[in-house]
Design a protein around this ligand. Structure first.
Ligand SMILES: CC/C=C\C/C=C\C/C=C\C/C=C\C/C=C\C/C=C\C=C\C(=O)SCCNC(=O)CCNC(=O)[C@H](O)C(C)(C)COP(=O)(O)OP(=O)(O)OC[C@H]1O[C@@H](n2cnc3c(N)ncnc32)[C@H](O)[C@@H]1OP(=O)(O)O
Ligand SMILES: Cc1cc2nc3c(=O)[nH]c(=O)nc-3n(C[C@H](O)[C@H](O)[C@H](O)COP(=O)(O)OP(=O)(O)OC[C@H]3O[C@@H](n4cnc5c(N)ncnc54)[C@H](O)[C@@H]3O)c2cc1C
Length: 667
């Protein structure tokens, strides 16, 4: 058995690093305090046997779910007993690392009440929710409609005689379907339903509906509720009880409608506030902004595994060097792996920026300034879409980068993928979200002569210049100028948006024409989002990055930008802004970046600071002792509980002992 080689390889790798590892860890954590909290919480979870992830992929659904309830309960007890702050508590949950009902309770139920409830309603519901005396979920999607929120069918009909709403699921397709935490855990659901007063349909509004008894957790009368069934992959998202819910004329008090954006009075009068109704989608904006940093974390986990393993794994060799080569030495491995490493860094930087963007819009909304809401919506929707798609594909690419061993659950990658891939669908299907961005771009362009675009759309104000000037790059190093790079991304995005806008403007304005152009609209939205990602990564670097890590971050930033340019070369070329030769020059520069990353690769993934417990991967272990742990791991396989397999007597032995020649068989 080959043993211990990996340990030496990674020590050697770490010795090559050319940057301040500790400073990078602090940068990636978002600051010294965040770093300390992360480290403390990661250790707390790793040292507590209740949080063990062992065997998660082998558990049957019932056991898996019960175990996840146990962990969530233990996490809550730990938070209370240790008096952890909100930030510490969230971090602790993060390191427990399995989707569970508390995600929706804290992540959507509470934010939705905060965003859409009146002060009085917040005073009533939030204390109960904060102490988890009630457990809430976010029940928007139905069997028949998810993306099309306006198409939801559940009704909330006001009955002025009793001052109540009657919640009803009139059709099979109106059944609430998918809400996390609804299936088995929640006591309350935030239900999105059509508000009907005096036979008039006022569209979709939010209601708090009690669904389970606070005494014995049984469903309340006329409520049908349960889990929707096993989902993709082993472990993965199966720790979550995504649920179904039907109401059969269930009555709730009038006060249970969240009334910050619209009110129903005691006598049944419907009164809209002067706030935009899109604020009703606020919880989605909140989660979408958080998803960007989350994407960075997931991608960084996969990349950590793939980089460490690629430094340990050796295949073939060449006559110039003794022994076999580490697979990380191969250019093809680098060209698949290093852009993903750079992407994880890019998403971290952009995620930090998203937090400030969100904080800014919240402040404005509190001051009744709604002017930046459309841009923030486009930004959160678009970046949620791009980062989750790239991360899901990136995890799968990392699995392939680990060869055969990546396919084993012991690599940690199959479960990571299964847990992550629904992010491309939840919180808005990724194509639907890009179409939202495209609509925003069209609207912005149509008003550009009258309204100066702001924020991430500001470059569209220079549309004339961006449409006429071409790229000035004549040598490779010309690309090493962030203004040159940015202008290329701006010009490509502006030209793609303008081209599709022009085509639509020349048409009749029909919905059919719009549909016909949706592939181009989606491409133009993607171009806009890629520009935001590149520009915000650059901007973050230029604002106070510590000296000891700046150089490496610059290398990663160029790696990210060049790989985006090259992967989308078709689009860049089609806009006419760059030439084939300029793309070729960028390719050469990208290879130079790979050479700069190579000696730092292991340290750059160490900087993500994932503990072995959190990674849960024999291939991504910090010590690189891959083979010993893969081999040991096989002995944990339940098929190996007995030397002779269960089933031998009934099914294997007869086959082996029949000793009959089947004369008519062609075999
Ligand atoms: C839960 C996480 C735990 C902790 C949270 C903490 C931090 C987050 C960190 C990380 C999160 C990590 C993981 C997440 C974990 C789990 C997720 C689990 C749960 C998942 C839940 C869900 O999936 S909830 C359901 C989500 N559903 C959708 O997203 C539906 C998608 N559809 C829509 O959004 C809309 O219906 C639509 C916009 C596509 C269609 O709109 P349309 O028919 O045009 O609708 P209108 O209503 O008429 O709107 C048109 C105008 O409104 C503007 N608009 C649309 N959306 C918004 C918005 N969100 N904000 C602002 N403005 C919006 C639109 O641009 C139009 O504007 P005009 O000016 O053109 O009129
Ligand atoms: C793991 C998981 C957890 C979830 N948790 C929750 C939750 O807690 N609460 C909740 O309410 N919901 C939840 N959801 C539901 C989720 O938000 C929806 O599934 C999502 O919004 C997509 O909607 P859909 O399923 O209706 O997809 P559809 O809209 O039916 O999409 C199907 C396909 O049609 C395409 N499509 C649809 N409309 C158009 C169009 N106009 N133009 C072009 N293409 C189109 C889509 O791009 C997609 O390819 C969850 C889903 C998952 C998978």
């Amino acid at each position: 058995m080959q043993d211990g080689n990996g340990l030496d390889h990674l020590a050697g790798e770490r010795a090559m690093a050319q940057f301040d590892l500790q400073a990078m860890k602090v940068y990636l954590a978002g600051g010294q305090r965040e770093y300390e909290i992360s480290t403390k919480m990661a250790q707390l979870v790793a040292n507590d046997p209740v949080f063990s992830k062992e065997d998660r992929v082998r558990l049957a659904r019932k056991d898996l779910y019960k175990n996840s309830l146990r962990k969530a309960g233990h996490a809550w007890k730990t938070i209370l007993e240790k008096g952890l702050s909100e930030v510490e508590g969230l971090k602790l949950r993060h390191f427990v690392d399995e989707p569970t009902y508390t995600d929706l309770h804290w992540g959507m139920f509470i934010p939705a009440i905060k965003g859409q409830g009146t002060e009085e309603q917040q005073h009533k519901w939030l204390p109960l929710a904060y102490k988890m005396a009630i457990i809430g979920c976010y029940a928007q999607t139905e069997l028949g409609h998810g993306s099309n929120v306006q198409g939801l069918e559940t009704t909330a009909t006001f009955d002025p005689t009793t001052d109540e709403f009657i919640m009803h699921s009139p059709t099979v397709t109106s059944t609430k379907w998918w809400p996390g935490g609804l299936g088995k855990a929640s006591t309350h659901a935030l239900v999105y339903a059509r508000l009907i007063t005096d036979k008039k349909d006022h569209g979709i509004h939010a209601f708090i509906a009690p669904i389970r008894s606070l005494e014995d957790h049984t469903p309340l009368p006329n409520v049908t509720v349960g889990d929707i069934g096993v989902k993709f992959g082993n472990g993965g998202y199966n720790t979550m009880d995504n649920g179904f819910l039907r109401f059969d004329h269930v009555r709730i008090p009038r006060e249970n409608m969240l009334m910050r954006l619209a009110t129903v009075t005691k006598d049944g009068k419907y009164v809209r506030s002067n706030k935009p109704r899109q604020l009703g989608y606020g919880a989605m904006v909140f989660v979408r902004q958080g998803i960007v940093i989350d994407a960075s974390i997931y991608l960084s986990r996969a990349v950590t595994i793939a980089v460490r393993y690629s430094a340990v794994r050796r295949q073939f060799g060449n006559k110039d060097e003794p022994g076999e080569l580490q697979v990380i030495q191969y250019r093809t491995q680098q060209s698949r792996l290093f852009p993903l490493l750079a992407t994880a860094y890019a998403y971290r930087a952009v995620g930090f920026w998203m937090k400030s963007l969100y904080a800014d819009v919240m402040k404005r909304l509190n001051d009744n300034d709604f002017s930046t809401l459309p841009e923030v919506h486009a930004c959160t929707a678009g970046l949620k879409s791009i980062t989750t798609s790239v991360t899901a594909d990136g995890i799968e690419e990392c699995r392939k980068l680990c060869g055969g061993h990546g396919f084993l659950c012991a690599s940690g990658l199959p479960e990571l993928y299964a847990a992550y891939v629904p992010a491309c669908t939840y919180e808005g299907d990724n194509t639907i979200l890009l179409l939202q961005v495209a609509r925003f771009l069209l609207k912005t362009l149509s008003q550009v002569s009258k309204v100066r675009p702001v924020g991430t759309a500001a470059y569209l104000g220079n549309i004339k210049q961006l449409s006429t000037q071409n790229c000035k790059v004549s040598q490779g190093h010309d690309w090493l100028n962030t203004s040159v790079l940015l202008e290329a991304f701006e010009a490509r995005s502006a030209r793609q948006a303008a081209a599709v806008a022009l085509r639509l403007a020349k048409g009749s304005g029909s919905e059919a024409e719009f549909q016909e152009n949706t592939p181009e609209l989606v491409e133009s939205a993607r171009a806009h989002c890629q520009l935001i990602l590149v520009s915000k990564f650059i901007e973050q670097l230029q604002t106070g990055t510590p000296e000891g890590i700046r150089k490496q971050l610059e290398v990663l930033c160029y790696t990210y930008a060049f790989s985006q340019l090259i992967d989308n070369a078709g689009d860049f070329l089609a806009t006419g802004y760059v030439t084939g030769n300029q793309i070729a020059l960028a390719k050469e520069e990208l290879k130079h970046m790979f050479d700069k990353i190579r000696p730092n690769a292991v340290a750059l993934v160490d900087a993500f600071d994932h503990t072995d417990d959190y990674l849960g991967s024999a291939l991504g272990r910090y010590d690189g002792d891959v083979y010993t742990h893969l081999y040991k791991g096989a002995f944990k396989e339940s098929l190996n509980d007995t030397v002779v397999v269960d089933g031998y007597e009934e099914y294997l032995k007869p086959v082996l002992t029949q000793n009959l020649w089947a004369p008519h068989s062609k075999l």
